[in-house]
Write a protein that binds this ligand. Structure first.
Ligand SMILES: Cc1cc2nc3c(=O)[nH]c(=O)nc-3n(C[C@H](O)[C@H](O)[C@H](O)COP(=O)(O)OP(=O)(O)OC[C@H]3O[C@@H](n4cnc5c(N)ncnc54)[C@H](O)[C@@H]3O)c2cc1C
Length: 362
């Protein structure tokens, strides 16, 4: 069977690894000259609460896919900030910190070490041509262009990421998250450490592009007044959406290009692995791709509802949300229990949506 994979990122490499288990050696086409997704290095958080019913992302990848990933650190503390409130949540198993990008040790290189098939770097390919030449094509480009061109994409969030790797003094297991409409409008900001001396400080904003994001970034830095040195700045569009069909004829869409990024915080790495591996299973076994990824589709639908509600939040609403997070029952949900918080939030949001949200333009 001839299979082409477009994109050697998280979804593409996971797809290749799974195909190899069935004895299929795909052709992997990567536009860049090396592994590393968007080409810059940054830290990422795998927050367990975002992946329910998965309890522990690292164990899940090992048990279900045979993918062994060594995180840089565990997350044992998350600090939330709104305009007038600060809340800290602690726990031994909140999540993990990973490095993403071209640097050695990144998730990209760790995944690449699993596969035997050589990647063809620096390749510019046309998906429609590939679809004629191969039995199957997996689109795993980490961007929406190809599903867009095929008329298979709808954008939920026109996101833009602006950030920097910074030097300072940090707690290596603490992630920080800010909500403040003054400088982030409908987005949020976060800090994920590399170690006690370095970390990635990032804002994730919507519908304002590069110049708007830079303005937000300056206001954000002025507001938090951190004693840091900026080492390198990075920026990229981060459009989140969904595809109408995850499988169109012999083309399957995985990772971000398949709509597998959450529409609340724009987390997508575990779903990228899962969708890449599931696309491989669907090809090799003739299984129903949608069925294999049904948990992620449901999660994203739930989060899309929550997002539409949160998009209307004022700073007072964020203050209130943080006071709820401070409540003991909420801490129990986050740190210890198996409760699917996303499901609960979506039910609450649905109940509130009718009076708080105008219908989406279709
Ligand atoms: C700054 C930032 C921070 C993030 N933080 C988190 C986080 O903390 N937690 C989390 O879960 N998620 C996070 N995400 C989201 C997550 O990184 C993505 O959801 C995930 O990488 C998607 O995987 P993918 O395989 O679809 O794309 P990628 O991993 O980006 O891989 C796509 C690959 O395809 C290649 N490519 C692109 N176009 C072509 C083409 N035409 N032909 C051939 N190759 C092509 C690219 O070069 C790249 O190598 C973050 C994203 C960004 C931008």
């Amino acid at each position: 069977m001839k299979v082409a994979i477009v994109g050697a990122g998280i979804a593409g490499l996971s797809c290749a690894y799974e195909l190899e288990k069935y004895g299929i050696r795909p052709d992997i086409f990567e536009v860049q000259d090396t592994f590393g997704g968007r080409g810059f290095n940054h830290t990422a958080g795998w927050m367990n609460i975002m992946y329910r019913p998965v309890k522990d992302a690292v164990e899940y990848l090992k048990k279900d896919f045979g993918i062994v990933i060594k995180p840089m650190e565990r997350v044992t503390q998350v600090d939330f900030y709104s305009k007038n409130e600060t809340v800290t949540i602690t726990g031994p198993k909140l999540g993990y910190i990973l490095l993403v990008g071209p640097a050695p040790g990144s998730i990209n290189h760790q995944l690449a070490a699993h596969i035997r098939t050589p990647v063809q770097f620096g390749q510019i390919v046309n998906v429609r041509d590939l679809a004629r030449q191969y039995d199957y094509v997996v689109v795993a480009t980490g961007t929406p262009e190809i599903p867009m061109v095929l008329g298979n994409w709808r954008t939920d969030i026109a996101g833009y990421v602006y950030g920097a790797n910074v030097a300072g003094e940090f707690s290596p297991q603490t992630i920080k998250i800010w909500f403040n409409t003054q400088w982030c409008q409908r987005g949020y900001a976060y800090f994920v450490p590399w170690n006690d001396r370095k970390g990635s400080l990032v804002i994730n904003v919507q519908e304002i592009g590069s110049h708007g994001a830079q303005k937000c970034w300056q206001k954000f830095l002025a507001d938090i007044k951190w004693d840091i040195d900026i080492l390198e700045v990075f920026e990229t569009p981060h459009n989140i959406g969904h595809v109408y069909q995850r499988r169109y004829k012999n083309i399957l869409f995985a990772g971000l290009a398949g709509g597998f990024v959450d529409p609340l915080f724009a987390f997508g790495q575990i779903a990228a692995v899962d969708s890449g591996a599931s696309a491989a299973k669907a090809i090799a076994e003739g299984a129903d791709y949608d069925q294999l990824v049904t948990n992620w589709l449901r999660r994203n639908n739930d989060l899309r509802i929550v997002r539409r509600y949160v998009d209307k939040f004022s700073d007072d609403d964020f203050d209130l949300a943080l006071r709820v997070i401070r409540a003991p029952f909420f801490r129990t949900v986050v740190t210890r229990s198996n409760v699917n918080l996303i499901r609960i939030l979506s039910f609450v949001a649905k109940a509130m949506v009718s009076h708080k949200i105008e219908p989406m333009v279709t």
